[in-house]
Design a protein around this ligand. Structure first.
Ligand code: SF4
Length: 254
C-alpha cells in the first residue's frame, strides 16, 4: 500500500504530509488537496481486473503487500488519473442511462471471487468504456493488459445480467485523447484467462507468495523495485513477513 511521500531523505506518512501541508500550504511541492486525494486509495479485498491483467503481476502484488512511499511526481500523476476519472464521472450524459464507477464482484466457477470498477456502462448501447490516463502517446496502444482488463469488466457485467456489445478504451494524455474499439473475447477465452491469472493474485494476498516478474522493460519507473528480487526472475518467492503491511496481514488473517 502507498503510505506516504518521499523525496531524497525526506519521508512523510500521509498524516505527516497532511499536517505539513496544513501548516505550510504544501508538502514536497504538493498542496493539501492533492495529498488528501492520493491518501484515499481504493482497497480491494479480492483480486481486481487491473491486478489480474497487470503488465507485471509482481509489481501489482508487491504494491499491495508492502507499505511504501511514492515520489511527489508519481503522486501527482496518480492524482491526474483520479481527477480525470472523477470529472468524467460527473458528466451529464443527457438522456443516456449509465452506470459509473460501480464496483462489481462475481465468483468464478472455481469459487474464487474477482472484482472490478469499470468507468462507464451505457444501457442504450450496451457499451463498456474505460479511461486510461497516460503521460504521452504510445505506439503500444491499446495495451494488452488494458484489453484483458476491459474484457474482464465485460464478463462482470454479463454476470450482472447485462448485455455487452461494445468495448471502448480512451487513452487520455495531457494533450489529447485517443479512442480504441476493442474486440470482445469469447466467454471461454475470458474464463481461461481469469482461471489462470486470478489464483496467482489471490494466493499472494493470502500467503504472501510473490508471482514471477514481468518481461524486461517495465522496471525503470517501478515504485517497488527495491523489494523485487530481480535475481529471482523466473519463479515465485515468499515475501518475508516483516515486509508485509500490517493492514494486509490483518485482512489475510481475518
Ligand atoms: S522491478 Fe520490474 S519486475 Fe520487479 S516488480 Fe517492478 S516492474 Fe515488476
Amino acid at each position: 500500500m502507498i503510505v506516504g511521500l518521499i523525496e531524497g531523505t525526506h519521508k512523510y506518512t500521509w498524516n505527516q504530509a497532511l499536517k505539513a501541508a496544513e501548516a505550510r500550504g504544501h508538502c514536497l511541492s504538493l498542496p493539501y488537496g492533492l495529498i488528501k486525494v492520493a491518501s484515499q486509495q481504493r482497497i480491494y479485498t479480492e483480486p481486481s481486473m487491473s491486478q489480474i491483467f497487470a503488465d507485471c503481476p509482481r509489481r501489482a502484488v508487491l504494491g499491495y503487500l508492502i507499505d511504501h512511499f511514492v515520489s511527489p511526481e508519481a503522486c501527482y500523476f496518480m492524482n491526474f488519473g483520479t481527477l480525470v476519472h472523477n470529472a468524467l464521472a460527473q458528466v451529464d450524459f443527457n438522456t443516456w442511462i449509465t452506470l459509473r464507477e460501480q464496483k462489481l464482484c462475481h465468483r468464478l466457477p472455481s469459487g474464487l471471487y474477482v472484482s472490478g470498477t469499470p468507468d462507464l456502462y451505457e444501457y442504450k448501447t450496451a457499451a463498456v468504456t474505460d479511461y486510461k490516463t497516460t503521460r504521452t502517446s504510445n505506439k503500444t496502444w491499446p495495451r494488452a493488459e488494458h484489453v484483458g482488463q476491459i474484457n474482464g469488466y465485460a464478463w462482470l457485467y454479463t454476470q450482472e445480467g447485462l448485455p455487452v456489445r461494445r468495448l471502448v478504451i480512451f487513452y487520455l494524455t495531457f494533450f489529447n485523447f485517443v479512442p480504441y474499439l476493442i474486440a470482445k473475447w469469447s466467454e471461454e477465452k475470458i474464463l481461461a484467462e481469469l482461471n489462470r491469472r486470478a489464483p496467482v493474485i489471490a494466493a499472494a494476498y493470502k500467503d504472501f507468495v510473490v508471482p514471477p516478474q514481468c518481461p524486461p522493460g517495465h522496471c525503470n519507473t517501478c515504485q517497488v523495485r527495491e523489494f523485487c528480487q530481480i535475481n529471482c526472475p523466473e519463479g515465485r518467492f515468499q515475501l518475508a513477513e516483516k515486509w508485509v503491511s500490517p493492514m494486509v496481514k490483518e485482512r489475510a488473517s481475518g
